[in-house]
Write a protein that binds this ligand. Structure first.
Ligand SMILES: C[S@@+](CC[C@H](N)C(=O)[O-])C[C@H]1O[C@@H](n2cnc3c(N)ncnc32)[C@H](O)[C@@H]1O
Length: 225
């Protein structure tokens, strides 16, 4: 599972930057304060629910794309154990630095790199499972397609991809969900879009649905050669 070297797409270096590569977050401390607010104090349930959906097992090799401050990767590492590996990438150097600090504090071995989802610095077929939570809506449409193609490339045959992203729900109560409030109703389609893009990219047995947080949907598919 060797790194090929430098990411192949340019990633801008400013504060919060919106580039062809995506909207990169550069404020990890504020992000960590916002997550419990946006998930109504259920961030842990959100993460463990994602790992349950993905059926993470001991010994697996896992990649988390758009890892943010790396909380999901720590939970994944606890599940895969010492025989398994967890790699994280994020296009934001500040997020990566924060994720590395957390892994070191937790005493967990997670390999974390700055890289864009659209040009993953890993060999073909390196992973059993790719996770991607709340990152897709940070990419332009072309970038989403490219990222899903890349995630497929780095999965071994029969490897799984789990994408969690924004899902629109009708009704007054749904409009008060903090995630919907922050992102606005118009953008709340990326989970459904990811499902379609996964099918187009050749994933099979794609299943989709809602998570415990109704503003977040998922798509889970299998890489078939
Ligand atoms: C909303 S956060 C989600 C973080 C984490 N997955 C979670 O569930 O908390 C989106 C992350 O995607 C990252 N990102 C944006 N564009 C990216 C790209 N092109 N490649 C990789 N990561 C990107 C941002 O820097 C940010 O850390």
């Amino acid at each position: 599972m060797a790194l090929h070297g430098k990411p192949r797409s340019p990633v801008q270096n400013s504060t919060t930057s919106s580039t062809a590569a995506g909207s990169i977050i550069r404020w990890p401390s504020l992000y960590d304060v916002l997550v419990p607010v946006l998930t109504l104090g259920r961030a842990r349930v959100f993460r463990e629910g994602a790992l349950d959906l993905a059926r993470v097992s001991p010994g697996e090799h896992v990649l988390d794309v758009g890892c943010g401050t790396g909380q999901l990767a720590l939970a994944a590492k606890r599940r895969v154990g010492t025989e398994g590996t967890v790699h994280d990438i994020d296009a934001g150097a500040e997020m990566v630095a924060s994720a590395r600090q957390k892994a070191a504090r937790a005493g967990l071995e997670v390999t974390i790199a700055v890289a864009p989802a659209q040009a993953l610095p890993f060999e073909d077929g390196a992973f059993d499972l790719v996770l991607c939570t709340l990152m897709m809506h940070h990419l332009p449409r072309d970038g989403r397609k490219q990222a899903i193609r890349e995630m497929r490339r780095v999965l071994r045959p029969k490897g799984r991809l789990l994408i969690l992203d924004l899902a629109q729900e009708k009704g007054f109560l749904a409009s008060l969900n903090p995630i919907a409030l922050v992102h606005g109703h118009k953008g709340m389609q990326t989970a459904r879009e990811a499902e379609a893009l996964m099918r187009d990219a050749g994933f099979t047995a794609v299943v989709a649905g809602r998570t415990a947080n109704r503003a977040v949907g998922y798509a889970l598919g299998t890489q078939m050669p």
